[in-house]
Design a protein around this ligand. Structure first.
Ligand code: 2HA
Ligand code: ZN
Length: 271
């Protein structure tokens, strides 16, 4: 077997968590990531028939039975992922009945998956139904995005529109817009179900006054979505209290989306 710490999925996960920490999105144990792995990419590094322990998930995910995920651990700090992956991360396989996770690697100190596993698994299920290539669900607490939650209406049309206006590239990067949930209790099946419902329509979902979820085919795609939202939110927060004398007009946003050929939320622009 090859050294699993050298596997591309592992090094990329560590690099991504390190970048998220460096950008201030994941203080203390804030944030979590799950990456869907294929048997083929794991096989050279791990005997996937060897289960270390079985951990109940607390909800059924039958559609994901047998699937492998690399996941961040509950109570673990993103700050430490790169230097200590075997305690911070785990590779799990969803059991045949969909109600538990077999630990195949990681959490060597007895740890387990993120408390937000319901939101992650339900979101994977929702994204896979619309995009069979989706592999990543990512959650974090980016500073300016969160700040904006306190001073801007938590309405998905208005929230998306404001961010589209903040950087020319926004409508090209997230033409599908941003779903917005009100403040809800985190770590529950309810917020997981609500997130997954939004994920049928959006790759980005704001958890009101908590943080953001991003989905993508790769870690870079999910990261890049959140990074672009955060950049736009930063510009909003740097300018919201100042008189606005210039703005990108809706006809210009439309021209951008048409020129780049992206499927954008036309109903998020005025006529
Ligand atoms: O895992 O971010 O939402 C820590 C969190 C919970
Ligand atoms: Zn959180």
């Amino acid at each position: 077997m090859k050294d699993i710490l050298s596997a591309p999925f592992m090094t990329k996960m560590c690099e991504t968590a390190a970048n998220m920490y460096r950008l201030g999105w994941d203080e203390r144990n804030g944030g979590n990531i799950s990456l869907l792995l294929t048997e083929e990419e794991v096989a050279p590094y791990l005997d996937t028939t060897q289960s270390i322990r079985v951990i109940p998930t607390g909800f059924p995910a039958k559609e994901l039975a047998g699937k492998l995920f690399l996941v961040t651990g509950t109570g673990k700090y993103f700050k430490n992922v790169q230097s200590d992956p075997a305690n911070q991360l785990g590779i799990i396989r969803i059991t045949g009945d969909g109600e538990a996770a077999e630990l195949l690697w990681g959490w060597e100190d007895g740890g387990k998956f993120t408390s937000e596993l319901p939101a992650h698994l339900m979101s994977h299920r929702a994204r896979l139904a619309v995009d069979p290539e989706n592999r990543v669900i990512m959650h974090s607490h980016p500073t300016y995005t969160l700040a904006m939650n306190y001073v801007h209406p938590l309405d998905e049309k208005q929230f998306t529109h404001t961010l589209w206006q903040m950087c020319t590239e926004c409508i090209v990067v997230f033409p599908d817009g941003i779903g917005v949930l009100p403040w809800m209790l985190c770590g529950t099946n309810e917020i997981g179900e609500a997130t997954a419902e939004k994920m049928r329509e959006f790759r980005l979902v704001v958890w009101g006054m908590h943080g953001i979820y991003g989905a993508g085919k790769t870690l870079d795609e999910a990261f890049g979505l959140i990074e672009t939202v955060e950049k736009a939110a930063q510009i909003y927060m740097l300018t919201a209290h100042l008189p606005r004398i210039n703005t990108i007009q809706d006809h210009e946003l439309r021209a951008l989306a048409e020129s780049f050929g992206v499927a954008y939320r036309k109903d998020f622009l005025s006529e």
